[in-house]
Design a protein around this ligand. Structure first.
Ligand code: SF4
Length: 489
């Protein structure tokens, strides 16, 4: 803004996000809040006035990555002492002393529940030159304070941080009370708290007004949602008729809380997508018991049957941890059996990484060697990939409905004269790649599937649809033309 003939540059924010969808949403809120204080985003730390890392503590690797980045910034801080460096989120919550020791040049340590305080923390760090710490959200904090952390910054979310303007996350819960023995989340995200349905409905309406068509409800165990007598099935019914919203998804589910009323809601509410992510973690009862997952593999198998019986054509995905403490070849073979028979759309497979502060770390030896974990990871991945290919191939010859997200990540590698590759997702969360006009982003299209790999379906826009959509584009883009849209897919 010109003042006395001089242009005062806007302060710049660099924000790097590691971890789950919750962190992606938190970062959206942080950027929204700081934009209101005049900040603009920058893509490098070089010219940033404020450098934030929104961190994850679920795996050691994620933490190592942040400490390396902080180490690299030591010289930067010497050169630019006014630059403010902050560690946000789960690592901040868990390891304030370690951060102080390993990265004394950090100015702000801010937990997941205090992100709304960041503008004040930046100012105080600048004014005093002292380390600012905001970490009051823990398991002893009162319900009221935890609930306030929803209200404090959700209205400030920034659409520019979303992967695209048609899809958005909506937090419906925070925290977790399950205490699986490998997991740090209950310690860093606090007790399970469900958000008031009225607040959620208002946020969904606001997002719809901004042009969002697909919302994904987020919770660590989203199907445990309950606020008073309102359960997730009631919440889905309540937001279902929001004008403008076409698709509703929810992640991540806990197997024990997959109730029939929820499955019936998925079946009966047309906007609710028939896609369920339900982590199993292991196919062996001894390991499930050590993990304190509170179900057996028999229960999990029954739950899968119930999902498929009540919701025809539902797609189910899962998570697995290989190499958990005490996992023998025999127990791993049971996990392979489950993955081989369960017909998951896909599975996310992780090597166990011990987390100080968890019961698993206290109780058990991390007794599976790293090379064994690696081999099991690859073996399980191979089984899942074969299952995914089988799942994907059954779509060949079928017509599917796709919400177009934008150019695929390979679009730019193609011959400049070739057609542009777009990507989108079906209601069952399958990724579909097809040629088309980038201005189709945000449209719902019908695609005829003619090929498949373990990860992707390939197809063609149904003739007639393309013409109709082309007609509604104010500036149709010729095949082969490249325009600047974010890369997605
Ligand atoms: S359910 Fe278990 S794995 Fe999931 S967040 Fe809670 S403690 Fe962690």
């Amino acid at each position: 803004m010109p003042i006395s003939g001089k242009i005062i540059p806007m302060p710049k924010l660099y924000l790097e996000t590691v971890g789950c969808q919750m962190n992606v949403l938190d970062s959206e809120l942080v950027v929204g809040s700081l934009r209101r204080h005049g900040y603009e985003l920058t893509e490098t730390t070089d010219d940033a006035d404020v450098i934030f890392f929104n961190t994850c503590s679920v795996r050691q690797h994620a933490e190592d990555k942040i400490y390396s980045a902080l180490g690299r910034l030591r010289n930067h801080k010497n050169k630019f002492p006014d630059a403010i460096i902050g560690v946000l989120g789960c690592m901040a919550q868990k390891d304030q002393d370690l951060i102080k020791k390993r990265a004394p040049h950090v100015d702000i340590i801010c937990g997941t529940g205090q992100l709304a305080q960041l503008p004040t923390l930046i100012k105080d760090a600048r004014d005093t030159g002292a380390l600012q710490i905001a970490l009051s959200l823990d398991r002893t904090e009162s319900r009221h304070e935890v609930e306030r952390s929803f209200e404090s910054y959700d209205p400030m979310r920034d659409p520019s941080m979303r992967p695209n303007r048609f899809q958005a996350y909506v937090r419906i819960m925070i925290g977790c009370d399950k205490f699986c023995t490998y997991c740090i989340v209950p310690s860093v995200r606090g007790p399970e708290q469900s958000r008031h349905p009225e607040q959620i409905a208002a946020e969904v309406r606001q997002l719809a007004d901004e042009g969002v068509k697909e919302i994904t409800l987020l919770g660590q165990t989203v199907n445990s949602y309950h606020h008073g007598s309102s359960r997730l099935s009631d919440l889905l019914a309540r937001i279902h008729d929001t004008a403008g919203i076409e698709r509703i998804k929810f992640i991540t589910n806990f197997p024990k809380d997959m109730t029939d009323d929820l499955l019936q809601a998925v079946r009966d509410l047309p906007k609710v997508c028939p896609y369920l992510h339900v982590p199993a973690q292991s196919g062996c009862n001894e390991i499930l018991k050590r993990m304190k997952r509170m179900y057996t593999v028999e229960f999990y198998r029954d739950m899968l049957s119930r999902c498929r019986e009540i919701v025809p054509d539902v797609a189910i995905s899962s998570d697995f941890i290989v190499g958990f403490c005490g996992e023998t070849e025999e127990s791993f073979a049971k996990t392979c059996d489950l993955v081989g028979e369960a017909k998951f759309k896909n599975s996310f497979i992780f090597k166990y990484s011990p987390r100080p502060g968890t019961r698993g770390h206290e109780l058990y030896d991390d007794d599976v060697p790293e090379e064994v974990k690696k081999r099991r990871n690859n073996d399980l991945l191979a089984i899942q990939n074969a299952a995914s290919l089988q799942d994907h191939r059954r779509y060949i010859g079928q017509r599917v409905e796709v919400l177009v997200e934008g150019p695929s990540k390979n679009a730019w590698k193609l011959d400049a004269n070739g057609p542009l590759q777009l990507t989108g997702r079906t209601r069952t969360d399958h990724i579909v790649v097809f040629d088309g006009n980038p201005r189709l982003a945000g449209q719902t299209m019908e695609i005829d599937i003619d090929d498949a790999t373990s990860f992707t379906l390939y197809g063609k826009v149904v003739t007639g649809e393309q013409i109709a959509v082309g007609e509604c584009c104010e500036m149709p883009v010729e095949i082969g033309e490249r325009i600047a849209l974010p890369l997605i897919g």
